[in-house]
Design a protein around this ligand. Sequence first.
Ligand SMILES: *Cc1c(COP(=O)(O)O)cnc(C)c1O
Length: 412
Amino acid sequence: MALVNIHFLNLQNNYLFADIAKKVNAFKVLHPKAEVISLGIGDVTQPLCPAVVEAMRKAVDEMATAEGFRGYGPEQGYNFLREAILKNDFAPRGVRLGIDEVFINDGAKSDTGNFQELLHWDNFIGVTDPIYPVYIDSNVMIGRCGTYRDGRWTNVRYMPTTAENGFVPELPKGRPVDVIYLCFPNNPTGTVITKQELRRWVNYALKNDALILFDAAYQAYIRDPEIPHSIYEIRGARKCAVEFRSFSKTAGFTGVRCGYTIVPKEVSVATFEGERIPLNQLWLRRQCTKFNGTSYISQRAAEAIYSPEGKQQIRVTIDYYMQNAARMLSVLRGIGYECYGGENAPYIWMRTPDGTTSWQFFEELLYGANVVCTPGVGFGPSGEGYVRFTAFGSHEQTEEALQRIAKWKNLH
Ligand SMILES: *Cc1c(COP(=O)(O)O)cnc(C)c1O
């Protein structure tokens, strides 16, 4: 008899974006003429930059010849891309890594979800709250999170990041956490971590022999020169941290698919006997078994964003989104809303007024202004009382949505 992995049955079915779509569809049935604008989308909208398109065309042309054809590539990725990453993303920030510490993937979602496989099932995980749901759900699937009660998993340490603590999570007290997920700049709050605060986490991990899984998917949006782009800018981090990066938000690769993970040779975890096992070798072994590499075309596309033209072109698109973010902050604050993020990340995290719940505000905004936001509580219990707006729309749609929100707010 084939038995199911019962941990999958523990997953919570209410998938946030499916619930939103259901409510938006219900609204559209009632109001077929209304034009709904979404500031809830977590996907980019601007086209790939010319340098990337040209590189992809060239790669396709190569593949069309007997001499240029490529079949299976190295599971860890092609060296041309790994070298470009080290030279452009790390060396200028004073971070020296080896080429075999870079693992190319098909996007950060896969690796942020898969990496926990290398760890014993009863490690105790800690997450900042609210959070990108992949971190918890992937741990639920392996039975690491306990049971779900009152909006929380019993065996997960939630570390609130809210306006009350300035979106700076407190170090865990009591039972030490073994594995810590950090995401900065943060999705959904759009807030960042300073070097000083990040150093506290690295020191905590070193002291408690914990592992930090650091998601830097939004590092390209950082404007403030004091904010770290990589956890390896902190001394000691290469002993205790793995870092995930993605070209999705950096260069519009959500449909192309390419990202990478840094697993330094010094990061190791323990056996019960106290032996140290380097994660780099384990991850390589895992990838060689379960992953057959990212497409050559996607990797050539990613390489192109490090050319002088590519760098300049992706900057233009990021600036475009960040102009939306600035405009959103200015209008929403101007009409009296309390807003966070949006300065070093493409997300605005807004407190709902007068203690309205996230879902209540979502519906009021949908019916009152025909604008869609994302209810903060969908990202975790500390997201209650907030909504998320994204800056990934066009200037025109963003402006129109803001005007509608302002008009609707004035009527109240
Ligand atoms: C979008 C996003 C990613 C990247 O996902 P890809 O699989 O690379 O497209 C990773 N982490 C967070 C928090 C994200 O929002």
